[in-house]
Design a binder for this molecule. Structure first.
Ligand SMILES: [Zn+2]
Length: 133
């Protein structure tokens, strides 16, 4: 068996029938494309997920989106808003503010027979435009 080093058509040098460097580069390129494709699919899936939300959550930080979805699901299932440290507003007792974290809160409206999630506001939004019912 000849183990003579030779120069391939691509210009690389090595042993065997085909160039291992080119094979490796191709494999790395394919892997990168796969990773890119998976990231693109994940982004698309994330963007599409907002269509299912009863409250507009687009543009919010991912952790807030996930927290909001969890709280909204539980509120819609009949959970008491006080479980999430929710409070009724003094200027309108029908409006309930539920903290999601230090910066964001979920605003719900008590229609009389149910609690409807309405919007997620940041601390800044909340102070500028008082939540509308
Ligand atoms: Zn090569």
């Amino acid at each position: 068996m000849s183990r003579r080093r030779k120069r391939f058509l691509c210009g690389h040098q090595g042993y065997g029938q085909t160039c291992h460097r080119c094979a490796q580069e191709l494999q790395a390129k394919t892997l990168k494309a796969t990773v890119r494709e998976q990231a693109r699919a994940a982004r698309q899936e994330w963007a599409a997920s907002f269509a299912q939300d009863v409250v507009d959550l687009e543009g919010l930080p991912k952790s807030i989106v996930l927290k909001a979805r969890q709280v909204i699901a539980e509120i819609l299932a009949g959970a008491d808003y006080r479980r999430f440290k929710g409070k009724r507003l003094n200027h309108d007792r029908r409006v309930i503010s539920i903290p999601l974290n230090y910066h964001y809160r979920l605003i719900c409206y008590d229609t009389g027979d149910r609690i409807e999630p309405r919007s997620v506001l940041s601390h800044e939004d909340y102070n500028v435009k008082k939540p509308l019912a």
